[in-house]
Design a protein around this ligand. Structure first.
Ligand code: PLP
Length: 329
């Protein structure tokens, strides 16, 4: 395995299930749809950050850290899973969440879980998060503790290794089923998931197209970041791989409404998956990626006989911050 030589903790429930979506495939008239259930990774209700944290928290512990510090949006899944990982390892967790003081709608969902997990939440304005994280780290040092700053979304070369290992896991599951996948589709934002998958795909000559549906960033910006992150991740693994921005497929056609804004498209896609397969998608990430996938299918972007795997990256608690009548149902 590509990541075997790296320090890693066992935090996630792996392998996550790979399941067919026959009723959704039928409702859309093909292609053959499958789902990789990374909403089932554990760590306080699952999500893609559990895989990244296995490598990140191993590094933190190796450095003697006592406190994990990270930042995100108010409904950050990454922050919630970092808080859960800290609790699992007996570490303090300080979460710097952007967007000013919490309103009623921000108390539910991930924020409720952050609080249950014992995290210390610091609210700040979105563009001050890096600054506040540095101040918090300084505070911890002054108190004689050792902070470890987990980057936004866990997306640095250490965290991205979680998705290098994830692609190897998927490749094994596909081999066991004698199944080939033509396209992998998932939500992309800070890039660690897509960079990790892309490094493993290149190293293993995994043939599927890796299609990130951007949740909040322009394709060009994200592609540039992905090339750097993938190359650094490969170097971290001791692989000499080179990446160019235009190797990455990033579709930014579905993020114009803005981060966390639910449109009719997300609403319809979330309900379609729930009603046909009993699987929940969140409004911010997986619902948006699924909305993109459904639209691409309707536009004929995939052959009817092709196989598409939707990589569910989690986010389920986010649903409970959108419970107000009319937002989702
Ligand atoms: C549920 C969910 N899906 C997808 C993503 C995007 O993953 P990445 O940041 O690795 O691009 C995130 C990250 O914030 C997330 O919380």
């Amino acid at each position: 395995m590509l990541t075997d030589h790296l320090p890693r903790l066992s935090l996630a429930h792996l392998p996550t299930p790979l399941e067919p979506l026959p009723r959704l495939s039928a409702a859309l008239g093909g292609p053959q749809l499958w789902i990789k259930r990374d909403d089932q990774t554990g760590l306080a209700t699952g999500g893609n950050k559990a895989r990244k944290l296995e490598f990140l928290v191993a590094e933190a512990l190796a450095q003697g850290a006592t406190t994990l510090i990270t930042a995100g949006a108010p409904q950050s899944n990454h922050a919630r899973q970092t808080a859960a990982a800290a609790a699992r390892c007996g570490l303090r967790a300080i979460l710097v969440l952007g967007g000013g003081p919490p309103t009623q709608s921000r108390r539910g969902g991930n924020v409720l879980l952050d609080r249950l997990l014992g995290a210390d939440i610091r609210w700040t304005e979105g563009d001050k998060r890096a600054e506040v994280m540095a101040e918090v780290a300084e505070e911890e040092r002054a108190a004689g503790r050792r902070p470890y700053v987990v980057p936004y979304g866990g997306s640095n070369p250490v965290g991205a290794c979680g998705y290098v290992a994830a692609l190897e896991e998927l490749a094994q599951q596909l081999a066991q089923r004698s199944l080939d996948v033509d396209h992998l589709v998932f939500a992309t934002s800070s890039g660690g998931t897509q960079a990790g998958l892309s490094v493993a795909a290149k190293a293993l000559s995994f043939p599927a197209r890796i299609v990130g549906i951007s949740v909040d960033k322009e394709a060009r910006e994200l592609q540039a970041r992905l090339a750097v992150l993938a190359e650094e991740t490969a170097a971290h693994l001791g692989l000499g791989l080179h990446f160019e921005p235009d190797e990455f497929i990033v579709n930014d056609d579905y993020c114009a409404a803005g981060y966390g804004v639910v449109t009719e498209r997300e609403k319809e896609a979330i309900r379609l998956l729930a009603e046909t397969e009993g699987v929940l998608a969140d409004p911010v990430y997986t619902g948006r990626a699924l909305a993109g996938l459904v639209d691409l299918i309707r536009r004929g972007a995939f052959g009817r006989q092709e196989t598409v795997c939707f990589w569910h990256t989690g986010g389920t608690p986010g649903l409970f911050a959108y419970g107000e009548e009319g937002l989702l149902v």
